[in-house]
Design a protein around this ligand. Sequence first.
Ligand SMILES: O=C(O)CCC(=O)C(=O)O
Ligand SMILES: [Fe+2]
Length: 713
Amino acid sequence: EPPEPPGLAQLSPGSPPQAPDLLYADGLRAYSAGAWAPAVALLREALRSRAALGRARQECGASCAAEPGAALPSQLLGAPHPVSGPGVWEPLLLRATLRRAECLTQCAARRLGPGGAARLRVGSALRDAFRRREPYNYLQRAYYQLKKLDLAASAAHTFFVANPTHLQMREDMAKYRRMSAIRPQSFRDLVTPLYWAAYDTGLELLEQREAALALPQLEEALQGSLAHMESCRAACEGPEEHQGAEEEGEGSQGGLYEAIAGHWIRVLQCRQHCVADTATRPGRSFPVQDFLLSQLRRLHEAYAQVGNMSQAMENVLSVLLFYPEDEAAKKALNQYQTQLGEPRPDLGPREDIQRFILRSLGEKRQLYYAMEHLGTRFKDPDSWTPEALIPKALRERLREDQEKKPWDHQPPQQKPLAHWKDALLMEGVTLTQDAQQLNGSERAVLDGLLTSTECGVLLQLAKDAAEAGARSGYRGRRSPHSPHERFEGLTVLKAAQLARAGTVGKPGAKLLLEVSERVRTLTQAYFSPERPLHLSFTHLVCRSAIEGEQEQRMDLSHPVHADNCVLDPDTGECWREPPAYTYRDYSGLLYLNDDFKGGDLFFTQPNALTVTAQVRPRCGRLVAFSSGGENPHGVWAVTRGRRCALALWHTWAPEHSEQEWTEAKELLQEEEEEEEEEDILSRDPSPEPPSHKLQRVQEKAGKPRRVRVREEL
Ligand SMILES: O=C(O)CCC(=O)C(=O)O
Ligand SMILES: [Fe+2]
């Protein structure tokens, strides 16, 4: 194992947890250095620290709620001014808030060590990363490197259940599943509490008419769902949770009262949304409260099956507490009542569910009050909220809002078609897929740009150039994107030079120039008829699978990226600044062959996860698209054979047009002229090569490709 980077956090078991952001950053540092064991230790400790904070919040929230005067100042918003007037009410709210803050702070310090919760607080970016279970992605790779395959599989599974559209992980999962050394039970979710498993077992038992055995499982699952929501709610009161809320203009202007009220409103909003916190289960994830409701339904059926009619009643009444008009529940209730015989007014909904609903209604009432009187916002996550609870003045407004669609804007204007149609016709090219078919705004697949002979010539050119490179010790260059592939790139100028030196055929080098111009014409006609495009870089690229290293592959041939900006998949933003090639406006990929395995091009949403379109390369197929953040793309692993493509980038900026293209053209022309001269005059047998150009080319060719660290991770 390579040496670990200096200055990593020291871990001492048993001591209070360190700050998760520090641990995580160090874990990633160790990971990038390939120090797998420290990476695992640090990442796990980051997770443990985060969990400790969550637990402490929950326990402290509960214990402080039980302490007189330190309960969440509930009901204070609901009816303050009319009853006691602000003069009386303000000091009450203030005192309750301070008491509670004090109680929580002391409690957290007792549980987490000096500094308490504030010391373990993290920024919103990291919170999101944890929510997306990102640490498990790194963990699985580190475990894999350490050959701890079962642990790798469980970490991978844990990440995957929460990110089912993550391409890389989907591939990885398929590979883990094929590995016979991994036990099937290793594919388990390390985050989601076991209540999923309890629920699944309960369902299975119910199907086998084993209701008595199913009941404890279903009860456990129900408690699990409630606990899930509790822990989500507890996290709402952290010092970090409402960053940015002030920017939204809620609660920052005005006095102390507004500030405190604003704080509680945000806590309540956050708590309300915990019903929609996702319960994640292999292959599925949905709001935890929906899960709770299906548990209640299974429970009343199971109790009825074992003849425990009073508990069956309690559970079906609990469903009706949410949805009093639920037909199936009403029917079941009637049936249970008949079976019971005598009326049982003592029976009501389950106590835990009653508490849950009452508390939620109380919060909603306060939030609607604040909405009406303080102008705050509240989007109720529940469909079961009784209308009577919503102030009359608000009902109308809410209904209007609901009818207004946020995506009311016009679809993007279609480009004038006449120009490019002519251009296509001239070249004998067909439009195979337009932007709409590719689920994007500026994307197209065009076919027929090259004949198979032309593809053959260009493939031969790439091959000859690679072999020439091999002879000069250039061979064995691994791809900058994947250790499992070789990567050869040929620029137009290098091709011209090699042609001149007689290393590659001249027709190939000439065709390269001609074809790139063909692509430019079409791209301009299709995407930019009003404004000329210039080629800014042309690169003939082949990616070859390395024999025998493909089974264990965990990566893409080319990670997801955008061509003219630095993509931040966390936010979907794309920064048009260096090190990106910011002047690139349109990209083109002209494919030369299809006799390889894998290697499809794909587009994703800005999250770099969700695939929106996929294209299989073939001879003469051009994929053209705008180079910005609207077109993140990547290439699947090439697992067998060699995939060659001409990659071209176009720019509107004339100052960034490709000098080498002109130089190459001159070079090839010069040679032609010289040949003619030679033929005619046979006087000058050794014309001096343009050595300054050669030198420059060599420098450029040897320059390593920019490595995008973010993508590599
Ligand atoms: O070869 C491909 O299909 C895509 C390559 C690519 O996206 C790039 O070089 O920027
Ligand atoms: Fe690209």
